[in-house]
Ligand binder design. Structure first.
Ligand code: HEC
Ligand code: HEC
Length: 497
């Protein structure tokens, strides 16, 4: 089953334009429409064409998404008792996560202006609704292609009305100047440099790891959807050794690979990102602030480029020499710490009550081998504060939050390990993660996503299963060998977790 065959033409560019242009409010509104479609399409066990997805939903039930984006249950209990410290930290972090950055801090090259712009389905902290970034196979520097550039977003210039000059400093054009990924884009100085740095060209095709061109080393691109961050404080609080134990317990045919990285002064098991690149929420926050928004921080103090340094367009300074742009406040926290605070306190997606069909589906899910990688239950360390990094200003997590995160048993339905997924691989090499290796996507809350898999190529769960290959080929075949009625039970189960 080849991904490229299934992708509607123009998919990447159109949805990327939409994703980067919409405001948070639009994303939330649009996602409830997508819910109805997802609910409907999951009733169809075989992969369906996108035309079929657009038909009027036969089943108008909207998936229950109540509780997504809430703080951890323990924090709500504290607040009910009048202990508000952790709730305050969560709330402040949530505001920072949604804050929109502007020039000259924004950029000089960036993908969006706020964390929340790409992580908002179906609530702040959630997934991206569309494709949010592009990576290039031969880009040895790693990281995403930066779609926008600060020397490009004011290209609309001073606006006049009759003889009157209004907006003399120019306007940001929609969405934010032309996109480097749009074939018609006349690239700015920063974009020309970015294309060179990342070896990106609009003529590159999508990576197909099974093709002869890929085998002969041809360059290509991989698309990326943003993942939901719900429950990630619990994932961060899992001891390294627990991941080793999960891998050791897996049958050899599906055994996952544990990837270790050196991050914030320690060797840790990486668990975040589609290729397991990052181990801590502070680490990811600094990386995302620099690479997605173009803001330097105490942990990542160097801009990706000096292409717009000290340059002014239409009276607007594009980039100042003020690094790090994100600084530590009197509470010992920079923005990146606040992003980590918010994510660390996000509750897992709430599970729904299971009817008889979903309960039967749970057993089938285990019997056909899904649960081998989509591990149901993991327990956090007994004292996660001993390895969760302090803030950039040296503040540890609170004792109360540490208590909530300690020895906490949760149900992600994912092992956070890398697996060889064969033809589903993205073609990118990232440390120990080879071109066909991907991290198991946790299935908790998957009912709230309108697109699935690393590049959003699947529109519903059945379609996502159909793309499983490599170590997951046997489980896919076992699912497809079930009767339609039993397949539906598995889907019903997944819609509750
Ligand atoms: C332009 C869109 C975009 C913006 C803006 C963005 N992200 Fe992301 N985010 C992504 C994508 C795409 C991924 C998946 C990346 C990968 O693994 O290849 C991701 C993944 C993540 C992950 C890892 C999730 C996992 O499943 O392991 C974290 C944590 C994260 N982002 C935090 C942030 C924070 C904090 C900000 C703000 C500083 C932010 N993101 C801004 C697109 C975005
Ligand atoms: C060998 C490990 C493995 C097995 C077995 C496995 N999966 Fe997966 N699954 C993965 C990986 C890895 C991904 C992420 C793939 C990607 O996007 O590149 C994934 C992704 C998914 C997704 C998409 C989730 C999202 O948020 O995009 C669904 C749904 C899913 N799996 C369901 C199943 C079901 C149902 C079964 C049993 C029939 C199953 N998987 C068996 C490893 C596995």
């Amino acid at each position: 089953m080849r991904s490229n065959v299934h992708r509607p033409s123009g998919f990447g560019l159109k949805v990327r334009a939409a994703a980067l242009a919409v405001s948070c409010a639009t994303v939330v509104a649009a996602s409830s429409t997508a819910q109805a479609q997802t609910t409907n399409s999951s009733a169809q066990p075989q992969a369906t064409s996108s035309a079929a997805q657009l038909q009027f939903p036969q089943n108008t039930a909207v998936t229950n998404i109540s509780g997504f984006g809430d703080p951890l249950g323990g924090i709500k209990v504290e607040a009910a008792l009048g202990i508000n410290g952790d709730l305050q930290t969560f709330a402040t972090g949530q505001l920072n996560f949604m804050e929109v950055d502007s020039l000259p801090e924004l950029g000089p090259i960036f993908n969006s202006r706020s964390c929340g712009a790409c992580h908002s389905q179906p609530a702040i902290g959630g997934s991206g609704e569309f494709i949010n970034e592009v990576r290039v196979r031969n880009n040895t520097a790693g990281g995403p292609v930066h779609i926008f550039a600060a020397d490009n977003i004011l290209r609309a210039g001073p606006q006049t009305q009759g003889s009157l000059v209004i907006f003399p400093n120019g306007l940001e054009s929609t969405p934010l100047g032309c996109q480097i990924t749009a074939p018609g884009c006349s690239q700015s100085a920063c974009q020309v440099e970015e294309a060179m740095r990342t070896t990106f060209a609009t003529t590159l095709g999508l990576c197909d790891t099974t093709s002869a061109a890929f085998a002969s080393g041809a360059n290509c691109t991989a698309e990326r959807q943003a993942t939901p961050l719900f429950g990630f404080g619990l994932v961060e609080a899992v001891a390294n050794g627990t991941f080793d134990a999960i891998a050791a317990a897996q049958p050899a045919a599906i055994r996952g690979t544990v990837k270790r990285v050196t991050e914030l002064g320690a060797t840790r098991v990486a668990r975040f990102g589609w290729k397991d690149d990052v181990a801590t929420l502070r680490g990811f926050a600094a990386d995302a602030y620099l690479n997605e928004v173009g803001v330097t921080s105490p942990d990542a103090p160097t801009e990706r480029s000096t292409c717009a340094l000290n340059q002014t367009q239409f009276g607007v300074l594009l980039d100042a020499s003020d690094d790090p742009e994100d600084t530590i406040d009197s509470n010992g926290r920079a923005d990146i710490d606040r992003f980590a605070d918010f994510q660390r306190a996000l509750a897992p997606p709430p599970q729904l009550q299971q009817n008889a069909s979903a309960q039967a589906g749970h057993t089938l899910f285990q019997n056909i081998g899904c649960a081998g990688c989509h591990v149901e239950t993991i327990t956090t360390a007994s004292n996660p504060a001993s390895f969760i990094p302090r803030t950039t200003g040296g503040v540890p997590i609170s004792n109360t939050l540490n208590t909530i995160l300690s020895s906490n048993t949760f149900h992600p339905f994912g092992d956070f390990l890398l697996h060889d997924m064969g033809s589903l691989g993205d073609g990118i090499t990232s440390g120990a993660a080879g071109p066909t290796m991907m991290r198991t996507a946790p299935l908790w809350g998957v009912r709230a996503k309108s697109r699935l898999l690393h590049d959003g190529r699947a529109e519903d769960v059945a379609e996502a299963i159909a793309f499983h290959d490599g170590q997951a080929a046997a489980a896919r075949a076992a699912f497809q060998a079930l009767s339609p009625a039993n397949q539906q039970k598995v889907l019903d189960f997944i819609n509750t977790i």
